[in-house]
Every structure is written in structure tokens, then in C-alpha cells.
Design a protein around this ligand. Structure first.
Ligand SMILES: Cc1cc2nc3c(=O)[nH]c(=O)nc-3n(C[C@H](O)[C@H](O)[C@H](O)COP(=O)(O)OP(=O)(O)OC[C@H]3O[C@@H](n4cnc5c(N)ncnc54)[C@H](O)[C@@H]3O)c2cc1C
Length: 448
């Protein structure tokens, strides 16, 4: 850029309402992530209210990272330099009932979107355990719910609008853009700022939720596939301390063939007689309705209600994906070190996810099972524990959740992600000078 262009650009920026956030950030307090285990490395946070403002910020800044609802536990969303939060850009742009798609702004979260979709007679195929997370952050980190036939949340994405490093807009769609699309949807925040997403919709549906306690591990070993396929979405909660799975949550669609017929026993587990929290000792007040009471998809697929904080937040999370065929063996391998995990654990959850086509998705061409750990916020102890969990899961080709804690080195990640070299090539087209790269990407993807 020559000097004349620079002066013109600077004065244009100074003359616009962008002035106030630019002034404001100098005093801004540094934000923390949801769990509070991470303070972002910069207080320079920009809050654009339009795509044009996003473009101006991106053009002006030499290093920047988009920020969603800050639910990740690691530094994937961190920046030492600048953050752009799309918090103010949280509207529905267009619902196309004929095409069964909705186009939304890049800062909307599921709690804001889902009731609207339901009112219009539509639903998303699946949701994560909580509705408070942004749709863009969920897609880019391959966030998932459960269900053997349900792909992760990114699989609902049919199109993206991204502000790339030069400040220009690019539109990507499944139909038109093939490889670029499959690289960018689970894009780990590397492509730019996602300002719009188009999601595929399904007709609205009702779900009943049933919870069972104390499923014998012997039954799980014998009948793993039948158990996780018993409903539209099934979650197993365990603390690894006994020879049973603490709780089985079955989310059953009222209207289709996966409708689960409630019984007092489920593979030796007993039906509960009241709503449960995944940690049985805690109040179920913030949990979605159970006991077979039918309700809309968005009030049953998440475990936690929108109006509540899911838990105190003083926790850490780690999660590993293993190929579905290795699930039972992987679960039993973790069970063997259960006594070591126990003192640091609140609860573990086991879920299933169908295969997808996104290059950096842990479920790329591979139906998977996840083993999740909600851990106490004991950073040092957790840092020592995770390599042990990763070691017992290594024979099962475990991959970590992109938004949770892990200690696996870049070379292990590279071995798991065969498409990583092509991913980097596509990123380079959108961000040739690494404007959106941060320490997380440098370490885990670029091996620096
Ligand atoms: C209590 C709790 C429960 C959870 N439950 C689940 C669960 O059930 N399933 C699961 O898989 N995960 C779960 N997670 C993990 C977490 O939900 C996901 O990683 C989350 O979806 C990330 O979204 P976010 O908006 O918080 O993103 P952030 O943490 O803010 O950012 C994550 C990444 O997304 C990028 N990003 C965000 N917005 C944009 C944008 N507009 N454009 C470009 N890049 C963007 C960031 O740059 C960063 O790389 C849970 C987390 C918590 C705290």
C-alpha cells in the first residue's frame, strides 16, 4: 500500500463511527472464556455491527481473530493482538421455507435462533449439550451432539459468507465450491471472519427424554451399538468408579422410527423417577425436561436449558473422538485408569457422531464415538492427567476436540488429519500472510 492510500484509508476509518470502539478498547478489560480458565491475551476487542464494519476492521488490522461466545477451553480463539466479536451481529437474515434453509448473521447463538426456527415450523437436525454457543464457533470447531445418524453441527451448514484477510467477502456453498467449502466449514477460525451462515433445516419435531441409572458395563460391552442406537440421540454419563455407567439419557423423536418405547429397565439400568442432572447429586433445575414429557427439539436435544448457566463454569473440559468400531475397547481402556481420573473428574459423557466430509472434522469419513471429561479446574493436575488419558486412547486413534484441552503434539494431529496439507493450501488462498493465525494454529496446525 502506498503512503497516499494509507492516509486516505486511515482518515476514512477515523471519520466513521468506528472511532468509538477504536478508542474504547484501549481501556477495555481483558475478556475471559466461559470457564474462566483463560484470559484472552489482548483487550483490543472490536464489536462491529455490520459486514462493512467487519471488512474495515479486517482491512485495517494486521493480526486479528474472530471471537464467538467464548466457550472453548483452549486458546483456539485467543489473540495477542486484536479480537473481533460478532456479538452484535446476531440476526436471522432470511428464512427460505421452500429451500428449507435459514441464513443467519455470524454472531447468533443457538438459544437465539432455535425458538424462531421452531415457530416457523423448522428445526436443526442436532444440537450440543447447551444452546448458549455461537453457530459459527460451533461449526468451525466441529462441535457435536449425539446420535449415530447425526453428523456434527457443522453438517447443517450449506453456505458461508467470510470476510477474508484482504477485507473482501467470499461466499462458499456446498454446491458450487466443493473442496474450498469442505476445508472452510470446520475451519478452526483460520479462514477469516464468518459473517453469515446458511443452514439446512428439517421440519420441526418433538422429542421425549428418558433417563436410566446404573447400566452394567458388561451390558455395554455386549450391546454397545444397540444401546447407543436406542434413540435419536443417546448420551452415557459415567465417573469410571464402578462397574456401571451412571446414567443413560435417551432422546427419542416422537414422530419417527427411532421412537423409543419407554420401559422400566434398559439393559439392566433402571428408569429414574425424577428429572436428573448428569451428576446425580446436583439439582436438575437447569436440565432439560425428562420423564418422557414430549417437547420441542430445541428444549430436549441440549441437556441444559437456555435460561440457566449449565453449571458453575469452574471446570475444564477435554474430549476425544475414536472411530465407532473401537468405541467399546476405548471405553474399557479408560475405565482401567478410572481411579486415577476420579479425583479430578466431575463427570464423563460418551456420545456418537456420524461421519462427515469436512477435512478438519474429527469425524471426516469416520462415524465416531466421543469420550468427554468435565474436570475440576485443577490446571496442573489436569495437565498431568490428559497425557495419561491420551496414552490409553492412542491405540484407538483418538483425536481431540478442537475447542477443549489436549496435550497431543502437532505431529500426532498431522498423522490423524490426512487432509491437513490441502487444508493449509486452501487457508493460504484466503489468508496468505497469516492474519488470522494465532499461537494455537501455529502450534497445532503449522507445527511451529
Ligand atoms: C458448558 C459447555 C458445554 C459444552 N458442550 C459441548 C457439546 O455438547 N459438544 C461439543 O462438541 N462441544 C461442547 N462444548 C465446547 C464448545 O461449545 C465449542 O467448542 C463451542 O461451540 C465453540 O463456540 P464459541 O462460539 O464459544 O467459540 P469461541 O470459543 O469463541 O471460538 C472458537 C473458535 O471459533 C472461531 N470463531 C468463532 N466465531 C467465529 C466467526 N464468526 N468467524 C470465524 N471464526 C469464528 C474462533 O476464532 C475460534 O477459532 C461445550 C463447552 C462448554 C463451556
Amino acid at each position: 500500500m502506498n503512503k497516499r492510500t494509507f492516509i486516505k484509508l486511515s482518515s476514512a476509518i477515523m471519520a466513521t463511527p468506528l472511532l468509538s470502539p477504536l478508542k474504547g478498547w484501549a481501556q477495555a478489560e481483558k475478556l475471559k472464556n466461559w470457564a474462566g480458565n483463560l484470559e484472552y491475551s489482548t483487550g483490543n476487542v472490536y464489536y462491529p455491527t455490520s459486514v462493512e464494519e467487519v471488512q474495515q476492521f479486517v482491512k485495517k488490522l494486521s493480526k486479528v481473530k474472530a471471537l464467538g461466545t467464548r466457550h472453548c477451553f483452549n486458546t483456539i480463539a485467543d489473540s495477542k493482538d486484536n479480537l473481533i466479536s460478532l456479538k452484535e451481529m446476531n440476526k436471522v437474515v432470511l428464512l427460505d421455507a421452500a429451500a428449507k434453509t435459514v441464513t443467519i448473521e455470524g454472531g447468533i447463538n443457538y438459544g437465539q435462533l432455535c425458538p424462531y426456527l421452531d415457530e416457523q415450523g423448522f428445526a436443526l437436525h442436532n444440537l450440543a449439550s447447551l444452546p448458549h454457543i455461537s453457530v459459527a464457533g460451533a461449526a468451525t470447531t466441529a462441535t457435536h451432539g449425539s446420535g449415530v445418524k447425526n453428523g456434527n453441527l457443522a453438517t447443517a451448514v450449506a453456505g458461508l459468507e467470510i470476510v477474508k484477510a484482504d477485507g473482501n467477502i467470499v461466499h462458499l456453498s456446498k454446491e458450487k465450491d466443493g473442496d474450498n467449502f469442505y476445508a472452510a466449514v470446520v475451519g478452526l477460525g483460520a479462514f477469516g471472519v464468518i459473517t453469515k451462515l446458511t443452514l439446512k433445516l428439517v421440519p420441526t419435531f418433538q422429542v421425549r427424554q428418558y433417563v436410566y441409572e446404573k447400566l452394567p458395563l458388561a451390558e455395554l460391552k455386549q450391546n454397545f451399538n444397540a444401546i447407543v442406537s436406542a434413540g435419536y440421540s443417546v448420551s452415557l454419563f459415567t465417573d469410571w468408579q464402578t462397574d456401571t455407567i451412571n446414567e443413560v439419557w435417551i432422546k427419542s423423536r416422537v414422530d419417527d422410527g427411532t421412537n423409543y418405547a419407554a420401559q422400566p429397565e434398559f439393559y439392566g439400568a433402571k428408569a429414574t423417577i425424577k428429572n436428573m442432572h448428569p451428576i446425580a447429586e446436583l439439582s436438575a433445575e437447569n436440565c432439560t425436561e425428562q420423564m418422557g414429557v414430549a417437547g420441542p427439539w430445541y428444549e430436549r436435544l441440549p441437556h441444559f436449558k437456555m435460561g440457566f448457566t449449565p453449571s458453575s463454569g469452574v471446570e475444564l473440559q477435554a474430549e476425544y473422538f475414536v472411530p465407532h468400531q473401537h468405541a467399546a475397547d476405548a471405553i474399557f481402556a479408560v475405565q482401567k485408569i478410572g481411579k486415577e481420573i476420579g479425583p479430578h473428574l466431575f463427570i464423563s459423557e460418551i456420545r456418537t457422531i456420524d461421519a462427515d466430509d469436512f477435512w478438519m472434522s474429527p469425524c471426516y469419513k469416520q462415524p465416531s464415538v466421543t469420550i468427554h471429561f468435565t474436570l475440576k479446574q485443577e490446571v496442573e493436575a489436569v495437565n498431568k492427567l490428559l497425557p495419561k488419558i491420551e496414552a490409553v486412547l492412542a491405540p484407538y486413534h483418538a483425536k481431540p476436540h478442537w475447542g477443549k484441552l489436549f496435550t497431543m503434539p502437532a505431529k500426532t494431529l498431522a498423522a490423524h488429519y490426512k487432509k491437513m496439507p490441502e487444508f493449509k493450501e486452501v487457508v493460504a488462498k484466503y489468508d496468505p500472510h497469516g492474519k488470522f493465525r494465532n499461537e494455537f494454529l501455529n502450534r497445532n496446525i503449522y507445527g511451529e
